[in-house]
Design a protein around this ligand. Structure first.
Ligand SMILES: [Fe+2]
Length: 360
């Protein structure tokens, strides 16, 4: 079997169903430092937020808004750039009976994800119009100074990981590039999850889909809580890549973006003091004091390292989705910071227990 049967190239636009699309477009544009690159063409409230190769489509059309009302604002389509949308659909048809269709007007293809609920993969070619109902903003003046420039990975939460992994293997030709089991128990909480990271080889850029499921017997920590909150499988976070995370986090913090904090100062101290042990003889270019000031996590990745930090919630009403900012200084693409994973899960758990930090 071809390693990339659908001709996947890199991540494409991510679509979110939202209420008050204009208000959210203005708020998120300020908060994330993204340009409002697309505005509604007709009566539907559809906006596109852009930062280089990242495009978030905020769909506030009546059908999308009704879903957002029922489930909260949420990600509904995971965009993937392909050589040919039609060919991708033809290849998928041979491997799955999940519903799929080609949009006649745009030529963009949709394939229902195997998760329960309404999550879709959306195959789009370079040069295709990204979404019906919106046009390029004629007053657009790209800021050019972005905190991130492309999508690194998109994480989904589901009750049953196996059918999702199987689908990604059979239909997308993906392989498991990493897996994690996290179980952290403390006096006042437990953090646990099982995660497999699926990735494709032979694409222009890495396309990584980590999939989380609750660990057996855990119905109290973040993943089961998020599944209950969203009532079904969903995209938990979108990881946005940058080549300069220090600038990115400084910029986002100055915009009022809130990030996950360590449980307390003692945990933070411990974490950063342990960095030399975790990294061995790998040299981190960024000053550790700066990373600590900004709360950026650092972990080993092959012979290099990676830097990452999770935001708090994107929308005030739900704990997911949120974003992660990540900088990879490594040739290994499937790293997620094994040491960071427990720290991140713990931070998330702590944040959930304490109500998270709502953003402006
Ligand atoms: Fe992530």
């Amino acid at each position: 079997m071809s390693k990339n049967p659908l001709g996947m190239k890199r991540f494409g636009p991510v679509t979110l169903n939202v209420q008050n699309a204009q208000g959210e477009a203005e708020r998120l544009s300020k908060l994330l430092g993204m340009d409002i690159a697309y505005i509604p063409e007709g009566n539907d409230q559809i906006f596109g937020l852009e930062a280089e190769d990242v495009l978030f489509i905020l769909d506030g059309s009546p059908a999308a808004e009704a879903l957002a009302k029922e489930y909260g604002n949420h990600v509904t389509e995971l965009g993937i750039r392909v050589d040919s949308a039609q060919a991708a659909l033809d290849a998928a048809k041979k491997k799955t009976s999940e519903p799929m269709r080609l949009c006649e007007k745009t030529g963009v293809a949709y394939l229902k994800a195997p998760h329960d609920g309404e999550l879709y993969f959306r195959f789009i070619e370079d040069g295709q119009h990204p979404y019906l109902g919106m046009v390029r903003n004629p007053n657009l003046k790209p800021s050019g100074n972005y905190a991130f420039n492309r999508i690194d990975h998109i994480v989904t939460n589901t009750q049953k990981i196996l059918p999702v992994i199987q689908f990604m293997q059979d239909v997308f030709g993906m392989q498991k590039v990493n897996e994690f089991t996290v179980r952290v128990e403390a006096d006042d909480f437990m953090a646990s999850l099982y995660s497999e990271v699926m990735g494709i080889y032979g694409s222009e850029e890495a396309i990584l889909f980590p999939v989380n499921e609750p660990l057996a017997g855990d119905d109290v920590s973040q993943i089961p809580a998020q599944l209950r909150e969203m009532k079904r499988s969903h995209a938990q976070h979108i990881a946005l890549a940058t080549d300069d995370i220090v600038h990115g986090i400084q910029s986002l913090r100055s915009r009022g973006m809130a990030f996950l904090e360590f449980r307390n100062e003692a945990h933070a101290k411990c974490y950063y003091e342990d960095v030399p042990n975790r990294l061995g003889n790998i040299t981190v270019q960024e000053a550790l004091t700066t990373l600590r000031e900004l709360g950026i996590l650092v972990d080993k990745c092959g012979e290099g390292y990676l830097l990452q930090l999770f935001s708090t919630r994107m929308f005030p009403d739900k704990s997911v989705p949120f974003v992660e900012i990540i900088q990879r200084a490594s040739d290994v693409i499937g790293c997620f910071g094994d040491g960071n994973f427990a720290a991140l899960a713990e931070s998330l758990e702590y944040s959930m227990r304490h109500g998270g930090t709502s953003q402006p």
